[in-house]
Write a protein that binds this ligand. Structure first.
Ligand SMILES: Nc1ncnc2c1ncn2[C@@H]1O[C@H](COP(=O)(O)OP(=O)(O)O)[C@@H](O)[C@H]1O
Ligand SMILES: [Mg+2]
Length: 234
């Protein structure tokens, strides 16, 4: 068994001050292996987004470690954490968060770390059905197209880990499938690790592990043979 790519130990996150403290994450422990496709599920308010924010270094936990191999990102300086995130982690939000004054192609370029990767944008746009839309602004794109742009923005730097918070939460079923196919294809072609939160009841089928979160704790873990997006009866 290879070493985990992420090891989370005794993670605690509390919001609020004084008497109105609220523990959103309660002593979480788990590991994630390279090329895992983890799907996280659980009721609204159970701490899923908080956990993803901590795993990506957007937020810090009050206690515990988030080790990416040798690096505990929960104990890095803010500047080093930002650097780590830029080099290693891609993040996809439910609301796309594209820059409204940049075209589709320019938004993807925002994610580039190494200049050479700029040359890959035309090919990616073509492969993911966005070629004819590359000069459009986000306001001229459908939700599904915007989300595919935001995924390519996250993937263009070849992150070790892709973190997605309800990436299809604002999309219809057809667009959701297109978006999931893009993610699944990258997962299969590379050794990228994926952590995805969803409310959909079919999407968990594409993961090799489902982690169920409730009230800031892991309630259940299911290991399974992942299914292809196109094999699922939506
Ligand atoms: N910045 C914050 N300040 C105070 N409470 C927060 C903050 N972020 C999240 N919470 C609380 O933590 C809990 C978990 O929230 P969240 O992680 O967004 O849940 P989920 O993504 O599972 O719906 C909720 O009760 C939420 O109100
Ligand atoms: Mg959430």
């Amino acid at each position: 068994m290879s070493k985990p790519i992420i090891a989370v130990n005794n993670l605690v996150k509390t919001f609020g001050l004084g008497d109105v403290k609220f523990q959103a994450i309660k002593n979480l422990n788990f590991t994630i292996n390279r090329n895992d496709f983890i799907v996280m599920v659980g009721p609204s308010g159970s701490g899923k987004s908080t956990l993803l924010n901590i795993l990506s270094g957007l937020e810090v936990a009050d206690e515990g470690n988030v080790r990416y191999e040798e690096t505990d990102i929960n104990h890095l300086s803010s500047a080093n954490r930002t650097k780590f995130r830029k080099n290693n982690i891609g993040y996809v939000f439910q609301k796309y968060l594209l820059l409204s004054n940049l075209t589709a192609a320019e938004n993807i370029a925002v994610g580039v770390n190494n200049k050479e990767d700029l040359d890959k944008i035309p090919d990616l746009l073509e492969r993911f059905g966005l070629e004819e839309h590359q000069h459009k602004l986000p306001s001229e794109l459908s939700g599904g197209q915007q989300q595919r742009v935001s995924i390519l923005r996250a993937l263009i730097k070849k992150p070790k880990v892709l973190i997605c918070d309800e990436p299809t939460g604002a999309l219809d079923q057809h667009s959701s499938k297109e978006v999931l196919k893009v993610i699944q294809q990258f997962h299969e072609e590379t050794d990228m690790t994926i952590i995805m939160v969803t409310h959909d009841n079919k999407i968990p089928l594409i993961g090799n592990r489902i982690i169920e979160i409730k009230d800031g704790e892991i309630k259940n873990v299911i290991e399974q043979q992942p299914k292809k997006v196109k094999e699922i009866d939506w």
